[in-house]
Design a protein around this ligand. Structure first.
Ligand code: AMP
Ligand code: MG
Length: 346
């Protein structure tokens, strides 16, 4: 049984690793978004229905790995989500994280910086929201705005109260380096970083803006500022291309997620996240022999307290099945099944 599970996990892992390859920006590669990545790519999955089963599988795996990540308490995961307006950041978070224990996830949105934030170094506000070990944090926009919107609208840089030398030529190259260094420091210290860029086409953005106007329930989502921002489309494409070229690293690679089909973007984002968690391969901690003996003593005490007519251990039968499919959470795990009290005594 364990062997079969092992093979299944291995196959699944390989399939996922293959699936995410086309999205990954090779470290050091020079990216031109319009040439290198197609927002309408669907990997041959023609229909939403085909995708639904895949997404459900991804969501289930995520929940399982999140539980292990939390139990192991060694790694934290930082998900960086970047995109232009209407690319589907919010919907992606909603769908991809739908099966995950809310206690294990925090979502942080970064808007125009406050006066307090502008009074600090530019990475300060992001550093304050990093995940703890065992946790997943999602940055809905992130430190990358510091080389995107700030680059496209340099007046943002003016507001950052930087010393003169830090505002002059070379500021963007320096920021790429600083971001890479920061991310390397984080990954060296147990924070895995997953960077997703939702890649939307200009025409699909136009359609989605129109839809936000046409549907009354969606009006609140429409901001005239977004249409103003659309005028800077080419500048943004350039800024994204540059950022992807300079900040996709071995320790924190970028993934460009085709975003013209919402359902496909969600599958792809879930796949990248699950793939990263599989690479981390967090394990439920196992207890040592001494601790297990202690547990068995406690167990004997609890069994002795059974009222008349009640089974000493109502789960005695189940525990023998622990290494089968008895618990969904352990279905895909390669680690040995926890030793039940019964088999430990044997
Ligand atoms: P939304 O995510 O649609 O609520 O919009 C948030 C707005 O905050 C966007 O227009 C971003 O461009 C802007 N924003 C986020 N980070 C920064 C930053 N560091 N400097 C300036 N504007 C930012
Ligand atoms: Mg907006």
């Amino acid at each position: 049984m364990a062997r079969k599970h092992h093979e299944l996990t291995h196959k699944r892992r390989e399939r996922l690793a293959d699936f995410v390859v086309p999205f990954r920006v090779k470290p050091g590669a020079r990216v031109t978004l319009s040439k290198d990545f197609d927002p309408a790519f669907d990997g041959g999955l023609r229909h939403k229905r085909e995708g639904e089963a895949l997404l459900a599988e991804g969501v289930e795996l995520l929940a399982e790995y999140q539980a292990r990540l939390a139990a192991q308490d060694t790694w934290g995961v930082l998900v960086v989500l970047q995109a232009l307006d209407a690319a589907g950041k919010d919907g992606t978070i909603r769908h991809v994280m739908s099966g995950v224990n809310p206690q294990g996830v925090a979502v942080h949105s970064f808007k125009v910086p406050s006066a307090e934030e502008l009074d600090h170094d530019y990475l300060w506000r992001y550093a304050r929201r990093l995940p703890a070990r065992g946790g997943i944090a999602i940055f809905n926009r992130s430190h990358y705005e510091e080389v995107l919107v700030v680059r496209v609208h340099p007046e943002n840089l003016e507001r950052q109260k930087l010393p003169k030398a830090s505002r002059q030529r070379g500021v963007w190259k320096r920021r790429y380096r600083e971001i890479n260094d920061w991310e390397r420091y984080l990954s060296d210290n147990g924070i895995r970083i997953v960077k997703l860029f939702l890649n939307l086409s200009k025409e699909e953005q136009r359609r989605r803006f129109l839809r936000r106007i046409d549907l009354p329930d969606h009006n609140w989502k429409f901001s005239s500022a977004d249409v103003a921002e659309r005028k800077h489309w080419d500048d943004y494409q350039k800024a994204f291309s540059e950022a992807l070229s300079h900040t996709s690293t071995e320790w924190a690679p970028w993934y460009v997620i085709p975003a013209d089909r919402k359902w496909y973007a969600r599958i792809a984002a879930a796949a990248v996240l699950v793939n990263t968690l599989m690479e981390i391969d967090p394990r439920f901690p196992t207890v040592d022999k001494q601790r297990r003996e202690e547990l068995l003593k406690v167990k004997a005490t609890l069994e002795a307290q059974a009222p008349a007519g009640a089974a000493a251990d109502p789960f005695a039968q189940d525990s023998g099945r622990d290494d089968s499919d008895g618990r969904a959470q352990r279905r895909d795990s390669e680690q040995p099944a926890p030793v039940s009290a019964k088999s430990a005594v044997d």
